[in-house]
Design a protein around this ligand. Structure first.
Ligand code: HAM
Length: 407
């Protein structure tokens, strides 16, 4: 048997050490903000039927075409590790008949997503998203609400960003625009890259966000979707811009922003950071008013976003916290019993660490400092006899020996 150590798969990382501190810090605070916006937590399975992603993300998208972790399970089912979260949430929405019940639903989720991409900085094969989805609201105020919630999350973590905004039209205006675009592209088809030539046949608007520099140059004079919107889409887009202006949210209109997933209509947006290298998108989202229907539900408007947690964590600094951390130590085996009791009375409100090895005074202080404690509480022989505990606040240097029940 080979004795070579087994490594994690390429593009798939453990979350541990400082990163796990940041990860849970992010999840805790992003969840709190989402709850303050009226969202509740939802979890869907990581494994779903492949057909779900084909029908929603779209057969012509790179995600479905090239990047799915797809396999046949032992029951001969064609299944897939989810490449993104929206499709599963919409499946759940329909399966649980919320579309029939009507009303408004706001859900948030987080967890691993899988895309078989070429790993590089900021691009993993297993990565984590924090996402939010809203069902049942067609008002453009909800588009603004979603963008503002995302901004509030980034502001909390003091992350600078650029916001790119576009409207992808609706079934009334998009087909005509698509035809115009194809006509335009066909005139210099041979000069476009191989991928774009394929996209002209399968999903022409994806040509607009081709990363090839030559294609981008050729697209300079291409018709712009924002000049081809129907009256309703145009009015909505203008209104959204006004709401964002009113709330002091800066944005750029990027008429080439089409997003890599096929389910969007009208509002599409991306938050990018210039500080994390080539993979600069930290979050993206948009409206998907037809997706519920595509997946067999009653027509219900939807909108949402997802944050790429790994990309974001590169930018997150844990805010200086004022919260105390108690370090409990004993000088003898007998005194250890007291510690577990004290700890359980404190842990409802305060992070409390116990050192289980009896040690001397100085050793305990060294360990407490190493673990970032702000309060050291020790039980020695005298304290055990008197039913007291010695405490020192490391921030103020105030020391005292007090009755255990007063601690
Ligand atoms: P997405 O733009 O494909 O949208 O992904 C959202 C974010 O996930 C990206 O902005 C990026 O930060 C992160 N991300 C994507 N791929 C990778 C990767 N290979 N490695 C690391 N991070 C990555 C969606 O997934 C949509 N479901 C968003 C949405 C929700 N739209 C409506 N509701």
């Amino acid at each position: 048997m080979s004795k070579q150590n087994i490594q994690s798969l390429r593009g798939m990382n453990d979350i541990l050490g400082d990163n796990s501190e940041l990860f849970t810090y992010f999840i805790d605070n992003a969840s709190r903000i989402a709850k303050n916006y009226g969202f509740s937590y939802l979890e869907t399975p990581i494994l779903e039927e492949t057909a779900l992603f084909k029908r929603s993300v779209g057969e012509s998208s790179d995600i479905v075409n090239k990047e799915m972790y797809q396999f046949i399970d032992k029951g001969e089912n064609d299944v897939c590790l989810r490449p993104e979260g929206t499709a599963g949430v919409v499946r759940s929405f329909v399966q649980n008949k919320f579309d029939r019940a009507g009303g408004t639903y706001r859900w948030f989720y987080y967890g691993p997503m899988f895309r078989y991409e070429r790993p590089q900085k900021g691009r993993l094969r297993e990565f984590h998203q924090f996402g939010a989805e809203v069902f049942g609201v067609s008002s453009v105020y909800e588009d603004a609400n979603i963008i503002m919630m995302l901004k509030d999350i980034l502001d909390f973590f003091k992350i600078g960003f650029n916001l790119q905004l576009n409207s992808l039209g609706c079934p009334d205006c998009m087909p005509m625009y698509r035809d115009n675009l194809v006509k335009h592209l066909t005139s210099f088809k041979d000069e476009l890259c191989e991928d774009c030539n394929r996209r002209i046949e399968t999903n022409p608007i994806r040509v607009l966000d081709c990363k090839n520099e030559n294609c981008q140059k050729l697209l300079y004079n291409a018709p712009k979707i924002t000049n081809n919107l129907c009256e309703r889409c145009d009015t909505d887009f203008e209104k959204l811009k006004k709401i964002l202006d009113f709330n002091g949210i800066e944005y750029e209109i990027d008429t080439n922003l089409v997003r890599g997933l096929d389910y969007y209509s009208q509002t599409a947006f991306e938050f990018t950071s210039s500080e994390i290298g080539a993979q600069s998108a930290i979050a993206g989202g948009g409206r998907y008013d037809r997706l519920v229907e595509f997946l067999g539900g009653r027509p219900t408007p939807g909108i949402g976003f997802a944050i790429g947690i790994e990309r974001l964590l590169e930018l997150v600094k844990i805010n200086e916290s004022n919260e105390d951390i108690i370090y409990l130590g004993a000088m003898s085996d007998e005194a250890l019993n007291t510690l577990t009791k004290v700890a359980s009375s404190k842990r409802g409100t305060t992070k409390t660490l116990i050192e289980y090895t009896p040690r001397g005074f100085g050793k305990h202080f060294k360990l407490a400092e190493k673990q970032g404690a702000t309060i050291v509480a020790l039980v020695g022989e005298n304290e055990l006899k008197d039913g007291t505990i010695y405490t020192k606040n490391l921030k103020t240097s105030v020391e005292s020996t007090i009755k255990l029940e007063d601690f």
